[in-house]
Design a protein around this ligand. Sequence first.
Ligand code: ZN
Length: 207
Amino acid sequence: MPGFQVEFYAFTNVNSTIRLREGVMHVRVSDLLEGAPESIIKAIAHILLAKIYRKPIQPLHATRYRRYVSSHDMTARAHLVRQVRGRKRIESARGLVYDLDDIFEELNRQFFHGLLARPQMTWSRAHARNSLAHYDPAHNAIVVSRVFDHGRVPRHAIEYIVYHEMLHLKYPVKLRGSRRCVHGPEFQAEEKLFPQLEQAKAFLRTL
Ligand SMILES: [Zn+2]
């Protein structure tokens, strides 16, 4: 039995590799699978070992792994990470109208006792309307659509968007079985504390 060295690794897609070198088995599992249920990690271990020892892969493990990876969540994440990692991007929190770092710090003081560590704050490259903003745990980044870096966007609207993503930071995605619970009850209750919630939501509906 060789020694094992196993790590999560930032591949550009959902990938895992195994290599035997000088008596040590080097295993790299895509960091997109960090937090995957144990059954999935076991399936990956089985597949990798079967590969390196040239043994048949049990269909149960193959199916389990394939289902998990092709589930919507994983493909979306992989796509996002590929976009981010695949190209060199210019990251900047400072827009033409709004500075995302300032907004983060202001909200951090107001609602979180200044306790949240600021992730990379960045405007998206495209004027994406379908994704207003998202928190990207793979890069610890909050990405906000450039649509909001505009004078006609009231400050409370951009603040609400950033506040929502900060709640994602505060309440990391929990796994319930293999289902992701994204906006749990605590999250929703805390979101209601934003004073101009209704005005902000009303503005977002006009986009
Ligand atoms: Zn959300």
